[in-house]
Write a protein that binds this ligand. Structure first.
Ligand SMILES: Cc1cc2nc3c(=O)[nH]c(=O)nc-3n(C[C@H](O)[C@H](O)[C@H](O)COP(=O)(O)O)c2cc1C
Length: 186
């Protein structure tokens, strides 16, 4: 069993739900997860106490949540010492095309370049369209983008694109990496 930190940056809450699911899968695999928001990390947080770290962040206007990126930058040394994963949440990940694949890769690469982080794993996850939570202008802009990407434009409800089975499989593999690392460190 290892302690695993799951730190997330989220605007409308989908990445928070994703982080919670990652925590549930880690707990089912026998680990002891702590899920925190990078907006309000606990003041006494010490990453050196963890055997693995997952950072999850959503993309808005082409960039990942700034507080999640700062969290990576500020904790780089500790992140490099244990198995770590970066989970990138975006709507581009909901589109199955080569162009979309290149865009999501570029989103991830930007964070790694910007911070100097080399996570053990990276993973791209489709988020959600939360029309009911957007203000008028955001709803208008996001609806236009969604239309171009052939995603849902019915603003009377929210639309979720997250592939939970895929996320659980990814997290299960990460749980094994933490196990392997913990047993080799013993
Ligand atoms: C104002 C706004 C801008 C967005 N910009 C992008 C973007 O540039 N690229 C992208 O792939 N998704 C974009 N998205 C989609 C979000 O990444 C997606 O809705 C995700 O689920 C948000 O996660 P969160 O609720 O954890 O913040 C945008 C969403 C909003 C509301």
């Amino acid at each position: 069993m290892g302690r695993v930190l799951v730190a997330y940056g989220s605007s409308e809450g989908q990445t928070a739900v994703i982080a919670d699911r990652i925590g549930d899968v880690l707990a089912d695999a026998g680990h002891d997860p702590l899920v925190i928001s990078t907006k309000h990390p606990p003041p006494e947080l010490s990453l050196s106490r963890y055997d693995g770290v997952v950072v999850a962040a959503s993309v808005h206007m082409g960039t990942h949540q700034p507080d999640a990126v700062s969290f990576v930058r500020e904790n780089l040394d500790a992140l490099e010492r244990v198995p770590s994963a970066f989970v990138s949440v975006s709507l581009t990940a909901a589109t199955d095309s080569e162009d979309a694949g290149r865009t999501t890769e570029a989103y991830v690469e930007d964070v790694l370049q910007e911070t100097g982080w080399s996570p053990t794993r990276t993973h791209v996850v489709a988020g959600a369209l939360k029309y009911r939570e957007y203000g008028l202008l955001t709803r208008f802009i996001v609806r236009r983008i969604a239309g171009k990407e052939r995603l849902a434009t019915d603003t009377s409800r929210d639309h979720e694109y997250t592939d939970w089975d895929d996320l659980e499989a990814f997290t299960g593999e990460f749980a094994t990496l933490v196990d392997d690392h913990s047993s080799s460190a013993r």
